[in-house]
Design a protein around this ligand. Structure first.
Ligand code: BGP
Length: 489
């Protein structure tokens, strides 16, 4: 099966996971800069004061800030036609509410986009990939205060105007549904920059799974993000009618563990709440009915929805639905069911699937299923898979090569599944694999959890010279792109 000629092929990164240079050229601290590393069994920890003795993975990350030319050249060598990256909000407005944007930060992304243009690579830019300025967390409690909507829209307007002739494809918030994932404080901190005041001001390390969370605040802040996103979409279209602006959902596909109707209903609920609530608001421009039932059942007062908000949501619907897809999980009412390992999303284990070393269940057919499902739910809406990949331990051979057949196998089956979905009639317009170059893991803060086609010599103990080299999968993905998805061997 050949993918369409104009299909966007590429890879995706986030500023905080690759740039480093965390205080360079006027950048302010952002949420990920406050997080220390963990591993599959140890949650990352949060520490509000920067501890000079501690190792913060985002502070240097993979030094993309100084090596973007080399990295983009490698992407071009693989044949990328699209590169998804985020702008680090704190490079543009270091405190979030500064009077003027930081010119040095703006100039950096000019250089990055110009470099992409040199190779005919279309940038796909996420406005906020967990990179909420730390000052916004302290002053406005992330998106909990309504003021943050205005701060975000001003930031969006600044970059839309600045790059209006360089960037056509935009996403507002990465994985906006993370706060619905049921991970309490983790989802809130990453997604909304929302924290309990006592946690913000703590003077000790707090494991992320122990951050406090409050449903009323969570759904207030999430509503503010919806409004911020909708206002940005509307404004973007005014600035350049050719902009294509999407949402971005962390799609964890769910199945009932058994045919027990109770499991089937529970899975449907889970899917609605975790995946579809945010998607519906951003694609259809209004809250689905089940959201209000959820608010009622959980004592959430929806008075955060102000008069006029319904119009804003309706006028700011997205042009494309994009999502990350890594895994699926099973839902059951049975409290004894075995859960998947790993540290973010925990569902019941699917007996038919294998999992990565981090417990993420590998399910390529689930990607086809998801694409068909989304096309049914949002007919005519262009879809794009903007994250998908396999985090694994890699071994460097003596001659410097990295043989990663497990990664190739993962991608082969997922790309095949997308081809099948295209044949099913799904309007899939592009694919950016997660972490085409090794970077810092968001979930664990590890370097050892490697996703790349490109190896980066950097390790969890802070050693390594940041040099880049091509893994076997590099040559494989290059061949796949050159053959438009036909040659998957
Ligand atoms: C998504 C995030 C990415 C990325 C990816 C892989 O949820 O949008 O930022 O990190 O997951 O997760 P991890 O890095 O935890 O392996």
């Amino acid at each position: 099966m050949r993918f369409p000629e104009n299909f966007l092929w590429g890879g995706a990164v986030a500023a905080n996971q690759c740039e480093g240079a965390y205080l360079e050229d006027g950048k302010g601290l952002s949420v990920p800069d406050m997080l220390l590393g963990g591993d599959v069994n140890t949650p990352r920890t949060f520490l509000p004061q920067t501890d000079p003795a501690a190792f913060y993975p985002s502070h240097e990350a993979i030094d993309f800030y100084h090596r973007y030319k080399e990295d983009i050249a490698l992407f071009a060598e693989m044949g990328f036609t699209c590169f998804r990256l985020s702008i680090n909000w704190g490079r543009i407005f270091p405190n979030g509410d500064d009077a003027e944007p930081n010119e040095a930060g703006l100039a950096f992304y000019d250089k990055v986009f110009d470099e992409c243009a040199k190779y005919g690579i279309e940038p796909l830019v996420t406005l906020c990939h967990y990179e909420i300025p730390w000052s916004i967390v302290k002053k406005y409690n992330g998106f909990y205060f309504r003021e943050t909507i205005g701060l975000f829209v001003r930031y969006a307007e600044t970059v839309f105007r600045r790059y209006k002739d360089k960037v056509k494809y935009w996403l507002t918030f990465n994985e906006i549904n993370i706060p619905c994932m049921g991970e309490g404080g983790i989802g809130n901190l990453y997604g909304l920059g929302l924290m309990d005041e006592s946690d913000i001001n703590a003077d000790h390390r707090i494991p992320l799974n122990e951050l406090k969370s409050d449903m009323q605040k969570t759904f207030t802040a999430l509503h503010h993000e919806f409004i911020a996103s909708a206002l940005a979409v509307k404004l973007g279209h005014e600035i350049n009618p050719d902009f294509v602006i999407g949402n971005m959902i962390a799609h964890v596909t769910v199945y009932p563990l058994t045919p027990n109707p109770k499991d089937v209903l529970a899975a449907q609920w889970e899917d609605n709440f975790k995946n579809n609530l945010c998607g519906d608001v951003q694609v259809r421009g209004e809250y689905p009915d089940f959201a209000f039932k959820f608010f009622k059942d959980n004592g959430i007062d929806p008075s955060f929805i102000l008069e006029g908000d319904a119009d804003i949501l309706r006028e700011g619907t997205v042009d494309m639905y994009t999502f990350s897809y890594y895994q699926s999980g099973c839902i059951t009412e049975d409290p004894e069911a075995e859960l998947t390992a790993g540290n973010m999303v925990k569902n019941a284990k699917n007996p038919y699937l294998k999992a990565s070393d981090w417990g993420w269940q590998i399910d390529p057919d689930g990607l086809r299923y998801t694409l068909i499902f989304l096309h049914d739910r949002y007919p005519k809406m262009p879809l794009m898979v903007v994250e998908n990949g396999f985090g694994a331990f890699d071994r460097v051979e003596e001659d410097g090569s990295v043989h990663d057949p497990y990664r190739i196998a993962y991608f082969r089956e997922h790309i095949r599944a997308m081809g099948e979905a295209l044949e099913d009639g799904v309007p899939l317009i592009g694919y950016t694999s997660w972490g085409p170059i090794d970077l810092v893991s968001a979930g664990t803060g590890q370097y050892a959890k490697r996703y790349g086609f490109i190896y980066v010599d950097r390790h969890d103990d802070g050693t390594g010279d940041f040099s880049r080299s091509r893994k076997d999968s590099f040559y494989w993905y290059k061949k796949v792109i050159a053959s438009r998805g036909e040659d998957l061997d």
